[in-house]
Design a protein around this ligand. Structure first.
Ligand code: 5AD
Ligand code: FES
Length: 351
């Protein structure tokens, strides 16, 4: 198995059977070796810098009905909210003062935010904070809409593919959604010029090792700039309420594998990882992650953006999260970078 890790480290690739073997034969010793290599790759590319992204959860209305998600349309117990443009800008101001140079606008698939409204929000943010990057995470839209967001100044787009297996995708999503369209969106976003992030949940219901192998192969094929993975965590008001959560162990293992596959990728230690284990995010960074995305949403709405149960940081002020994270990151020998933290292929002197 160590030879496979060495091969992955040197070439960034494994054959499907080799990935399968690497995933099926996990043990502590192997993880020790894998994560050491992953840290080496992270340090070689990004030093000890950890990039922070201010997450603004600006709407929890969603027209979709993903079976795992707490803000799915059918969850009538969710209290819905939308932030106004001026509330969003206020979050950015708080964030800027705390050292954030990337704002991630995340929301459900909410038709209220038309292309006109979204481009106006993007323009206002870029006008007031020209030295900041804007990342969107608002789901599937048309090529024309994506292009309009890009032309308005958005820099990056996060759209997890969720699973690269057609049949598995169908078990996690309602009929009207398809993996095909998801992939189409990701390729279009990339073509338009966005820095693009895909990703999946670890331990989602019905997931097998073979599905994860497909995820890894798809990630390699897409070559995204960012990859978001975190454990699946059940939400009590969804059809998956009684399902088991994904594990810390497998999530860390996969973070390290992804770091070796794409050494320069921007890889967050996600809030979901911090939710299943109090040290989850620190352990994620030690597995090769180099991004954290604390919450900048107003505290009054945080409890309402519940994708899964027991989500952390839903009561804390933005400043508390920023300082808490700083301590956590420094405790493992890293430091928070006050910069846009672009993918290396995009770093320019004008940024
Ligand atoms: N557990 C973990 N992650 C979830 N997401 C949605 N619901 C859950 C859940 N129950 C993830 C999805 C989505 C991202 C915004 O949050 O992967 O793409
Ligand atoms: Fe939010 Fe620690 S990161 S309180």
């Amino acid at each position: 198995m160590k030879q496979l890790i060495d091969k992955l480290y040197h070439t960034g690739r494994l054959l499907p059977d080799e990935f399968r073997a690497l995933l099926s034969n996990r043990n502590d010793e192997l993880y020790g070796y894998l994560s050491e290599k992953a840290r080496e790759a992270r340090v070689r590319n990004y030093g000890h810098d950890v990039y922070i992204r201010g997450l603004i959860e600006f709407t929890n209305y969603c027209r979709n009905d993903c079976l795992y998600c707490g803000i799915r349309k059918s969850n009538s117990s969710a209290q819905r909210y939308r932030l106004t443009e001026s509330q969003i800008l206020e979050c950015c101001r708080t964030g800027y003062d705390l050292g954030f140079r990337t704002f991630v606008l995340q929301g459900g698939e909410d038709g209220y935010y038309t292309v006109e409204k979204m481009t106006a929000i993007i323009r206002s943010i870029k006008e007031e904070f020209p030295d900041c990057a804007v990342t969107l995470s608002i789901g599937e839209r048309s090529y024309e809409e994506y292009k309009a967001f890009y032309d308005a100044g958005a820099d990056r787009y996060l759209l997890r593919h969720e699973t690269a297996d057609e049949a598995h995708f169908a078990r996690l999503h309602p009929d009207r959604m398809s993996l095909r369209n998801r992939k189409k969106c990701l390729y279009e976003l990339k073509q338009i010029g966005f820095q693009v992030g895909c990703g999946f949940m670890v331990g989602s219901p019905f997931q097998t090792v073979d599905h994860i192998v497909e995820d890894l192969l798809f990630i390699k094929e897409l070559e995204p700039h960012m990859v978001g993975i975190g454990p699946f965590i059940p939400h009590h008001a969804t059809p998956f309420a009684g399902m088991e959560a994904g594990t810390l162990e497998l999530t860390l293992y996969l973070l390290a594998v992804i770091r070796l596959m794409l050494p320069t990728v921007l890889l967050p230690a996600t809030t979901a990882l911090g939710t299943i284990d109090p040290q989850g995010r620190e352990l994620g960074i030690l597995a090769g992650a180099n991004v954290v995305m604390p919450n900048l949403s107003p505290t009054s709405v945080r409890q309402k953006y519940m994708l899964y149960d027991n989500k952390i940081c839903t009561g804390d002020e933005a400043a508390e999260c920023r300082h808490c994270l700083e301590k956590r990151i420094e405790s493992i020998g890293c430091r928070i970078a006050v910069s846009r933290g672009d993918h290396r292929a995009y770093t320019t002197s004008t940024a």
